[in-house]
Write a protein of this length. Sequence first.
Length: 452
Amino acid sequence: MSVNKRGNIKGNLFFYILITISLSGFSQKLKYYENPKYGHDSASRVECAKSLSNMSSFVKIKMFDHAYDSWKYCFTNCPAASKNIYLMGAKIIKHRIENSIDDNTKNGYIDTLMTLYDQRISYFGQEGYVLGWKGVDLLKYRKSDIEIAYEYLNKSVDLSKAKSKEAVIITFMQATNVLYMNKLKSEDDVINNYIKLSEYLAEKLATSRSPEKTNMAIENVEKIFTESGAADCEAIVNIFTDKLEADPTNTELLKKIIGISEKKNCTKSKLYHNAMEELFKIEPSSSLAAKIAQLCHNSKEYDKCSDYFIKALELDPDNETKAKLYVALAQINIDKLNNYPKARDYAYEAIRVNDKYGEAYILIGDAYIASSNNGSPSDFKQRAIYWAAVDKYKKAKSIDPTISEKANELIERYSCYFPLKEETFFNGYVDGQEYTVGGWINEKTIVRTKDN
């Protein structure tokens, strides 16, 4: 008895599950019959459901022409039934546009595609999103309507903001540039759109699931802007000066200012200089410090220039770069700061890290020559400095043949300032005798006269 009872219970449970599944399926079918979105009566609702299914099946296997009639029925008779009417419909109509045999047919399908986007907005919303693709496709298939496409894209971006798709943003910037080139948009339009799009992309990047795609969009928008002709140096300064003052620690902003300024050859601006210095505070590097030093040199801030060259050295570059930095420091101390002893110290540091760097010996000789100008050229002691300088020029070419021509020219030029034999004799010296150049130079050399 108990076994039969358990058997009956199992049978009843199975029957219950079967009935539940059947009722569930029946209720799903009832949705088509009951839902007015599928049509005005049961027959039209069944036809809509069937057409939706056929359309979907054909689109999945990319038989777009076979899907067309089913799509058209749904689009015309039950436009609110499913968003697939518009998602799949766009693929079907684009296929027809791209395979049209004449312009009239093609233009008819382009108009249909535009209507499809409008109807999608009417029934399913997402105006900003849909207008973006409407603008992209209109520009793709009918470039003569660029002004209309521009308005779609502009409204799309204004509605969607940072949620705008990268393709929409790039296309909008391209359309802006084309219209500007054809004098249909102003320089201010290009600049303002660039600022707007840059801000949206920066916000988008912060939460993007595809940062590589967003970064590509950022690069494309910047490239279009910098190559547009609207982005002259004055415009760049006007755009970014207030932004930099308001947010000087924004690394992305700093790099953007630097990148655009360099692309447009606007590196003489105070904006560029300030951006470089602010970036150095956040991301110090030897190469950046050296660039800032050169900027300071160009703006005649020589002490500051020296400071940044020292910072570049402190950030531990390789020996070859160190040698060049020491030479740069030596040069500025000779040419601008008139600190000849320090110039020599830096030149010797260059030699310490690169003992084949002849340019460093050239600079030591130059420092000696520069200091000789502080006295009377007829003074024997001053003229003796040329001996020490020529020694350095000879040393330079002996260790670095690549500068032999330069060294020989300097040797010839300054040997002319050697004292005459009688002048040397009058001061108690003869050719070949050892002589110590005094003062800060304090270096032994050999007496030579220009007679020999």
